[in-house]
Design a protein around this ligand. Structure first.
Ligand code: FAD
Length: 510
């Protein structure tokens, strides 16, 4: 059932629920569906509406300190489906070694392992409609002790969670989705250890708000908002909920992305190739995890087909009813989802050969408590303090990037792939220069701000995603990542949401 909390439909939330989920992006929707399938009564509380609005988006405005970063109201979307409304759909799991503590990376290590998330792999691939099946990573041209080739799988077209699951949620008896329901406070019992109600209001100026009560509450508001909510929840605890060791919001990690050099390829090069280090390389050079991307100047997802096949494909894409005819001509179904077409086929005949391109790195950022989400003095339209994001890179980040790039250059030469001309500022070791030149950015991934650890002095949530010091408050999404790895986060976010669903099913309903 879908209701608008901005109107008079609040009575539908008067009875207590099993679980109250705050935020209906990929994490919140996945968890709600999992719990509904187990028969739980779920209140799914979404701050935005069915579509973008400036007023809702403005609640995401904040300040940046440190390296230049994207405006905080541009790196995420605040309406049903959350940032899946503009994500790119590239998916990959974390590797087993990403969960292990590494002596050269202070604070690293998860309390769970890859084997705890593996059981959810297939279900996540189905939800995300990942293409290509569970194919293995391809081999390198020649064996290397240092690098391996890796693949990303694509949610293609990228799954927009709000659109994809709207009708299912509307028809559900188990899920009550409230739109325009912005969480403004969490109230605790006398022991200050159990949440008794979550308070919501719309953006109407004189809205008195309303409360939702549940047996458990789960914050799924995204990697920057989860800590912001906890820090703002100060009506009973001045430091905020879960912040007894001043850890909420700390250890913010992005996946820094940098163009690191131009590449001249030995052979014509169309596609994008990804390479990652072996675990032995990470240990030997004492660096963080990363991937290196080779991109053609005019990247293509595939080589052009033969002329008859391109004609058939164009026919399929222009008029879908010609699909069967095309199938008879070329013997298989031709995809419309990638970027070449008949026009490109003829254009390519005029183009020079593709021998040039560039290399880029995307890496796991070092866990640094001074990289953090903290509260600003300014307040938003709901009266909540906005955020300041402190984002810098440190010596371990710098060592990782230089080591990776220099060794990758050797790999390309060894493998006969091509030669890299490394961008000057990397050799000069100056991140500020790269950032100012626009070569260094983030990847729109916001991680580790309520990181997972069994030790309340090292993390905000425990292995079950429960906020330390509380009995019934949980967090979902990439804020709970204990380290960032180098892989895109959404696959892991969904694995964690399904795992949390199992935990709540067993502990609340079982
Ligand atoms: C341009 C772009 C490209 C990306 N590409 C990729 C990619 O290729 N691969 C990948 O893995 N990831 C990618 N990402 C990241 C991906 O979008 C996120 O990992 C994912 O959306 C996180 O899901 P989430 O549910 O945790 O949070 P969100 O998607 O941020 O959803 C949070 C939800 O909570 C709601 N909310 C917030 N505050 C409140 C409140 N106070 N009360 C009630 N509701 C609230 C929001 O409206 C929103 O609906 C990309 C992101 C961007 C911006």
């Amino acid at each position: 059932m879908i209701l608008d909390a901005g109107t008079a439909e609040r009575s539908a939330f008067a009875e207590p629920f099993d679980v109250c989920i705050i935020g209906a992006g990929p994490a919140g929707i996945t968890l709600a569906r999992r719990l509904a399938s187990a028969g739980a009564g779920v209140a799914l509380m979404e701050g935005g509406d069915l579509d973008f609005s400036n007023d809702s988006q403005d609640l995401y405005t904040g300040r940046i300190s440190g390296l230049d970063y994207f405006p905080l109201d541009a790196v995420r979307l605040r309406y049903l489906g959350g940032s899946s409304n503009h994500w790119a759909g590239a998916c990959r799991e974390l590797d087993a070694h990403d969960f292990e503590p590494r002596p050269h990376h202070p604070w690293s290590g998860w309390p769970i392992g890859k084997e705890d998330l593996d059981p959810y792999q297939g279900e996540v691939a189905r939800i995300l409609r990942l293409d290509g099946g569970n194919f293995p990573d391809p081999p390198l041209r020649r064996d290397s002790d240092d690098f391996r080739r890796i693949l990303y799988r694509d949610s293609r077209p990228p799954l927009r969670f709000g659109e994809a699951f709207h009708d299912e949620i509307a028809a559900s008896d188990a899920i009550r989705l409230a739109l325009n329901a912005n969480l403004v406070d969490l109230r605790l019992d006398d022991t200050l250890g159990t949440v008794t109600e979550a308070r919501f209001r719309s953006l109407e100026a004189d809205d008195p708000g309303f409360a939702v009560r549940a047996r458990a509450y789960v914050l799924c508001a995204g990697g920057l908002e989860n800590p912001r909510i906890l820090l703002n929840a100060r009506s009973q605890i001045p430091a905020g909920i879960g912040n007894q060791h001043d850890l909420v919001g700390r250890f913010f990690c992005e996946h820094p992305y940098m163009r690191v050099g131009e590449v001249v390829f030995e052979e014509r090069f169309f596609a994008t190739e990804y390479h990652a280090p072996t675990p032995d390389f990470l240990d030997a050079y004492e660096v963080l995890d990363f991937n290196l991307q080779l991109l053609a100047d005019r990247p293509r997802t595939r080589q052009p087909l033969s002329l008859p096949k391109e004609v058939a494909r164009e026919a399929v894409c222009v008029a879908p009813f010609t699909e069967r005819l095309a199938q008879r001509v070329v013997g298989n179904t031709l995809s419309c989802a990638d970027d070449l077409g008949l026009r490109a086929y003829f254009e390519r005949r005029e183009m020079p050969e593709d021998f040039s391109g560039f290399a880029a790195i995307q890496f796991e950022q070092a866990l640094d408590p001074s990289n953090r989400v903290r509260l600003a003095a300014e307040r938003d339209a709901l009266g909540l303090q906005r955020i300041v994001l402190d984002w810098r890179l440190d010596d371990l980040d710098r060592r990782t990037m230089r080591t990776a790039v220099l060794h990758f250059g050797m790999l390309l030469a060894d493998q006969g792939i091509g030669r890299v001309r490394v961008t000057d500022w990397i050799l000069e070791d100056d991140f500020q220069a790269g950032n100012a030149a626009g070569d260094l950015s983030g990847s729109y991934h916001h991680m580790c701000t309520t990181r997972m650890s069994d030790d309340p002095r090292r993390g905000v949530v425990d292995r079950d995603c429960r906020v330390h010091g509380t009995s019934n408050l949980y967090a979902g999404g990439s804020s709970v990542f204990a380290t960032a790895g180098h892989a895109t986060p959404t696959f892991t976010i969904l694995q964690l949401a399904l795992r949390l669903g199992d935990h709540l099913d067993e502990t609340l309903l079982g």
